[in-house]
Design a binder for this molecule. Sequence first.
Ligand code: SF4
Length: 276
Amino acid sequence: MGLRTITRKTLLYKSGVEYADYALNHAEGCAHGCTYPCYAMMMKKRCGVVSSYEDWVQPKIVENALELLDKELPRLKNKIKQVFMCFATDPFMYRVEEINQLTLQILQRLNKDKVKAILITKGVYSDQLVDTQLYNERNEYGISLVSLSEAFREKYEPFSAPYKKRIEALKKLHDAGLKTWVSIEPYPTPNIIRQDIQEFLESISFVDKIVFGKWNYSRLTTAYIHNKEFYNSMAYEVASFCERRVIKVHIKEGTISPLYLSTGQSAERVTLGNYM
Ligand code: SF4
């Protein structure tokens, strides 16, 4: 059975986020069903668009997405610096082929008008993206990754792609000369899972950019009494690693604690030298 469908009145919107400029969401809901919980799902539930977690994990595809792009791009293409895909769904949902195919069509349509896209997924990138006749080589391909533990993934990102597959697909794009990045957010505190940040960073050391951010919207991390020191120290580890490997780094706002900054040497170094 195919996915449920919806139609929208508009697709491209100004994101209000500095690095994203414009954005689009060509589905309502997301099959990955993250349980951190997912911020997009909380917002959609709050405004009554999505009724429950079960509703959220059965995404509806925007059936007029390409039609809308044809209408909107002539007016907007010269204004747009880049389009972010996606803030409120995932463009390469694991094993949801209909969404993935629509994502490829949308990218082709944007790139045909020389509009660059920045993507992020917890799924698996398609090999087809290496075809630079169809897809702009300035696109930036990112994965969201916070742990190398499959047990963690099954609990917190239950229907997303296994980590190994996410990394392998991203590496293929990197090896083809395309720009790649990783979002390490929400990074878990040790009471959620203990992990070796160096081993983790090594697994993605080929990328061009790393974004690091703390775990929000849950009592789990604030229950960890050393969470401020922990995030300051992890931010320092990430920034130092990126400096050594010549990787761009961005530490998300609110990850480093200002209180600790006044006395903590390591975090101070992060703020001084490594913001992108
Ligand atoms: S992949 Fe992103 S949009 Fe999808 S459920 Fe997880 S956090 Fe939400």
